[in-house]
Every structure is written in C-alpha cells, then in structure tokens.
Design a protein around this ligand. Structure first.
Ligand code: ATP
Length: 236
C-alpha cells in the first residue's frame, strides 16, 4: 500500500491553506510531516482522510484515486486518522472502547486484541476504567489501540505528543518504534520535530501550504539549517 498526494489545494472558505502539497508514503514507511504553527500539517491530514476535502489535485491509494471519496468510505478503505487531543468514548470503559473498535475490522490488516494487549499491557489493567478518567497518555494509548484493532492500511497520527508529560512521550516513542518494526505505514505530524524524526524514515517540512524540504529523517535531524528553521535546539 502506498499513499500519493499530488498537488492538492485546500481552502477554508476563501482562505487558500494548502497550495499544492505533494508527498508520498511508501508501504511500511514512517513519514513525518513537520512545519511551524499554522503551516498546514493538520489540514493536510484532514484533506487526505476527507474531513476537509481538497478542491483540486490528486490523492491516490496505490493506483486508486481517492480524493473525491467521503470520509467514511476512506475510513473503510483503511485510512485511520488519530486526531490529537482526548478523543475516546469517555463514558465507556476501556474494554468497551476496544470492543467497539474491534467490531468491524478490515480483516486483512486488523490486529487481534491479544496482539494489542502485548503492545500496551497497561490496557489490560485499565480494562474496567472509564475512558474519560484516563490520563492524557493512557488515552493516547487507547486511541492507538483502537486504530490498530480496526485494521489500518495507513495510520495518520496528528500531533500525538501534544499535552503529554515527558515520561509518556518516551512511551509513545517506544510504540512508534514497534509500529515501524512491524511495518505499519504511518504518517505523523509533530510540533516536536526531533521526536518525530527519531522514529521516521523520511520527513517533509511544509511552509505556508507548500513543501519546502523533503529528505531522509536522519538528514533533516542533522541539518543545522533545518534545526534553525524549525526552531529546535540540540537533540535530547
Ligand atoms: N477550521 C478552520 N477555519 C479556518 N481556518 C483554519 C481552520 N483550521 C485551520 N485554519 C487555518 O489554516 C492554516 C493551517 O492550519 P493547520 O491547523 O493545518 O496548521 P498546522 O500546521 O497543523 O499547525 P498547528 O500545529 O498550529 O495546528 C492556519 O492558518 C489556520 O489558522
């Protein structure tokens, strides 16, 4: 499975936010989408998954044109969008949240509950807890678990570290390393550029709705120019 975004233009009303973004995510790759505040990272993801459709340009899953499909059909095709923030069914328990996600999986790519529990053993302990009462990190874990149970062909993770304590960010790094090893195809946006580049194969840096740089993650991480541009200091 590969995702190809080719020259998409997306608007909010009159505001021309994405001005010809092109990128691709190859089968089994982890790709980081970076840029300053307001550059258009979230909008790019929302365009890919059909929540804020692009007005022109092409988006293809393998050779299939998907840019005109509605969000629910894209979700059925295996585009799994994990938005930032606390988006779980707060009044349901962890167990119920997982059961709902496992109800109608895309069979060929679905993870079993057992495999998900191997990756996130804490979810076993937390099974009876109400999801709305979990910490930010625990909710992030639950969102990822739900996405995997659904059988994603590509996981789109929007700012997964947002609002997480440093210790939890380290956990998230471990999960991203596992996804990469398991060859799950991932597109990730991050304010924390160095974090994302540590777990990505390649990265794109966008500015004002266009791609400004594209390079292997290690190259972006080591470039003084890129660090200056992104306003990041030394790697920790
Ligand atoms: N619902 C909306 N209506 C109008 N303008 C919007 C809307 N959402 C985002 N924008 C504008 O579109 C531009 C791109 O926003 P976007 O959220 O994609 O950026 P981002 O790179 O994800 O940045 P951030 O990390 O700050 O979310 C910004 O100028 C933003 O103000």
């Amino acid at each position: 499975m590969s995702l190809t975004v080719d020259g998409i233009h997306t608007y909010y009303g009159q505001s021309h936010v994405l001005q010809g973004i092109s990128l691709n995510v190859g089968d089994g790759e982890t790709v980081a989408l970076l840029g300053r505040n307001g550059a258009g990272k979230t909008t790019t993801m929302r365009s890919i998954v059909g929540l804020t459709p692009a007005r022109s340009g092409s988006i293809r899953l393998d050779d299939k044109e998907i840019s005109r499909l509605q969000a629910y059909r894209l979700a059925r095709l295996g585009l799994s969008f994990v938005p930032s923030g606390r988006r779980v069914y707060g009044s349901l328990t962890v167990r119920q949240n997982l059961a709902l996600a496992a109800e109608r999986p895309r069979k060929e790519a679905a993870w079993s509950l057992e495999r998900v529990h191997d990756m996130f053993p804490n979810l076993v302990t937390l099974a009876g807890r109400q999801a709305g009462h979990l910490s930010g990190g625990e909710q992030q874990m639950l969102k990822l678990a739900r996405a995997l149970l659904g059988g994603p062909r590509i996981l789109l993770l929007d700012e997964p570290t947002e609002g997480l304590a440093p210790g939890i960010v380290a956990d998230l790094g471990r999960w991203l390393a596992i996804l990469r090893k398991e060859k799950v195809t991932v597109l990730i946006t991050e304010q924390n550029a160095l974090f994302a580049l540590r777990y990505a194969d390649r990265g794109y840096i966008i500015e004002k709705g266009t791609v400004r740089y594209e390079a292997p993650a290690a190259e972006l991480r080591d470039s003084a120019e890129i660090r200056r541009y992104l306003g990041v200091g030394v790697d920790t």
